[in-house]
Design a protein around this ligand. Structure first.
Ligand code: NAP
Length: 377
């Protein structure tokens, strides 16, 4: 594998336009023996600067596999953790990062009958989790973690994991819905059994939280959301948020949320911050509320914890890792049917992946950060 010269692509000039016009022809040409593609790799995993772009042989589809020409990928908080060496065991330096993306099927391996060349597809990052209950075994084939991810011109995926994009959905929107969307779906729909009229609490304005807001609104729920920024809360109100609280200026934000529900509390909590805010989230809960605990944005140190409400209010607390292929399929169909378009904060070019990750790391974003792969495939 040799390091990639970022000026080479720009020098292709009108050749890129030709690729845009005829991706499948280009795909056949690029599949010749010895053909190469560009792929980012995680390197030494000591932070964003470990990321590098390299050229490697184009992959081919084995039995049950497909090759996808990637058109868009989307970042999640854990992509930062992986690059910082803070997400499980160290990865091989050549590992291609990023768990979310979407693209066009370029090649089908032997035995593949569920998709065909030209189909527009995406997949859940836990590729073996097709349906049903979570099993930790799904971590063995986790895109961008234990299996090569989407930050490349092409990706090899098992056909069984693929989900077709609704006709009206763009590659960027499908990529942006991905992991953050199915995680929000897992809390609201699978755990929460959301119903019109419920009140949902979601924390912060990152990828998961904004999709939770949007999914809750198409489900007919009221939404309470917190943020460190009044400007971000303004954007949330424009997307339909009913109760907004600045957690920096109002440290006792749980009291504000509870008051705003007339004292009853919320029915579902999307707890993105973790142990440091769990007690406050539980204090917001109505009887029989469902709480999905997702992460540790607030660090690993527990805040003042009172589990009293858990018992007294019969609250269900569940850890949520992500979601299945079935949930992704359901989410895409629900989004298309209801005109849900994920809020994309900013788009970056493929050559700007480090800048995209830095933008995510800054926390300045509201919603998703997307990388456009143009018509490279
Ligand atoms: N993305 C996924 O697919 C996925 C799946 C499973 C679990 N998770 C977990 O869910 C959490 C959110 O992930 P994400 O990808 O949505 O992250 P993200 O896009 O990076 O969201 C970060 C946002 O959360 C808010 N935040 C950060 N620290 C906070 C704190 N101490 N207290 C309150 N709010 C805080 C900030 O919003 P404001 O600036 O508005 O305050 C920040 O911009 C993470 O813990 C992640 O590990 C994510």
């Amino acid at each position: 594998m040799r390091e990639f010269d970022p000026t080479r692509r720009a020098a292709l000039g009108s050749g890129m336009a030709l690729l845009a016009a005829a991706p499948l022809v280009a795909a056949r040409a690029a599949s010749r023996p010895g053909a190469t593609m560009q792929a980012y790799q995680v390197g030494r995993q000591q932070g964003i600067d470990s990321l590098s772009l390299a050229e490697r042989a184009v992959p081919h589809a084995g039995p049950g596999e497909v090759i996808i020409g990637v058109r868009a990928s989307a970042l999640n908080h854990r992509d930062l953790s992986i690059l910082a060496g803070q997400y499980g065991a160290a990865k091989p330096p050549q590992r291609v990062p990023v768990g979310d993306g979407a693209g066009i099927v370029l090649e089908c391996g032997p035995g593949v009958s569920t998709v065909q060349v030209g189909d527009r597809v995406t997949a859940p990052h836990f590729t073996p989790w097709l349906d049903g209950d979570y099993d930790p075994g799904v971590f063995a084939a986790d895109l961008g973690n234990t299996r090569d991810g989407w930050l490349a011109e092409r990706i090899v995926l098992p056909a069984a994991a693929l989900v077709q994009l609704p006709a009206s959905m763009s590659f960027e929107d499908a990529a942006a819905l991905g992991a953050a969307g199915i995680t929000a779906w897992a809390v609201l729909v699978s755990l929460g059994r959301i119903r019109a009229g419920d009140t949902v609490l979601t924390l912060g304005t990152g990828g998961v939280s904004m999709l939770a807001l949007q999914i809750a609104k198409i489900s007919g729920a009221r939404v309470a959301i917190t943020s460190s920024s009044d400007e971000k809360l303004e954007l949330c109100r424009a997307l339909g948020a009913d109760i907004t609280v600045n957690y920096r200026r109002t440290p006792a934000w749980h009291e504000t949320v509870r008051e705003a529900t007339g004292g009853r509390g919320v029915d579902i909590v999307v707890e993105t911050v973790g142990l440091s805010s769990l007690a406050q989230s539980l204090a917001c809960c109505a009887p029989n509320a469902r709480v999905g605990l997702l992460g540790a944005l607030g660090g690993a140190t527990p805040g003042p914890t009172s589990l009293g409400p858990l018992i007294l209010n019969n609250i269900v607390l569940k850890g949520i890792t992500s979601g299945s292929r079935r949930m992704l399929d359901d989410l895409l169909r629900a989004s298309a049917a209801n005109g849900l378009r994920p809020r994309i904060d900013r788009r970056f070019k493929f050559g700007e992946a480090r800048e995209a990750l830095r933008h995510l790391e800054s926390g300045d974003h509201v919603g998703k950060v997307v990388i456009q792969h143009e018509s490279m495939a």
